[in-house]
Design a binder for this molecule. Structure first.
Ligand SMILES: NC(=O)c1ccc[n+]([C@@H]2O[C@H](COP(=O)([O-])OP(=O)(O)OC[C@H]3O[C@@H](n4cnc5c(N)ncnc54)[C@H](OP(=O)(O)O)[C@@H]3O)[C@@H](O)[C@H]2O)c1
Length: 185
């Protein structure tokens, strides 16, 4: 995501693609991340652009897509379902012990978090400001119970922040006195 909280560019592409350091399938720690993964899971909006990509983004992974229809041109090996619980059962049914990369977007991440199926949230914060785009927290609950686990710097100025999806978030501080004690009526 951009440093001002957008997971897409103003034109709707994943934030990473705007980073001069972006190399598809290689940059931003994706290779190390995918080493322990056996599957990728995503929503239809995130999945569809892959059908016209020069490079299939998940060459070594089983692919699962949440959506009410199977987009034209979807490869036979991709498993799709309109029901998140059913898709989760299919995914777990075939799992051989590896991790699942929940690619996004925010609606699908929030859907599976709500089902208790999200173990970790890993954010790559880019050294860029967009000013517009899709905010992670427009769909993903900002009050989600996350516990900070680790961070690391990535080449090109990005920072990876890893949270486990357990714990709780304290109340945010109240309004500063200088801005008035009472909420506006
Ligand atoms: N920064 C990043 O790393 C990153 C990663 C991934 C995606 N993105 C960006 O995120 C944007 C898309 O995000 P998004 O959140 O709008 O879309 P999304 O999660 O990719 O896909 C949304 C679609 O998934 C299905 N879906 C999601 N939740 C559902 C539920 N509870 N029940 C049934 N179906 C459900 C629906 O498909 P149907 O409409 O077919 O019913 C829905 O329209 C794109 O612009 C993409 O580029 C960014």
């Amino acid at each position: 995501m951009s440093a001002d909280g957008y997971v897409t560019t103003p034109q709707g592409w994943p934030a990473l693609t705007a980073d001069p350091a972006f190399v598809s399938g290689k940059s931003h720690g994706i290779q190390e991340f995918l080493e322990d993964c056996e599957a990728a899971l995503m929503g239809r909006t995130t999945f569809e652009p892959a059908l016209t990509n020069d490079r299939w983004p998940w060459p070594n992974l089983d692919v699962f897509m949440l959506g009410s229809q199977r987009p034209i041109g979807t490869p036979d090996h991709v498993v799709t379902d309109s029901d998140p619980t059913r898709l989760l059962e299919k995914l777990r049914g075939g799992n051989k012990g590896g991790d699942v990369h929940l690619v996004g977007g925010p609606r699908t991440i929030e859907t599976f978090r709500g089902l208790g199926a999200l173990d970790k949230l890993e954010l790559v914060v880019l050294p860029l400001l967009f000013g517009e785009g899709m905010r992670l927290t427009a769909s993903f609950d900002p009050g989600a119970e996350l516990t900070f686990e680790s961070e690391r710097s990535l080449p090109g100025g990005s920072v990876e922040i890893v949270y486990t999806c357990q714990g709780h978030r304290d109340q945010l501080p109240i309004r500063p006195l200088s801005q008035g004690v009472n909420p506006p009526r």
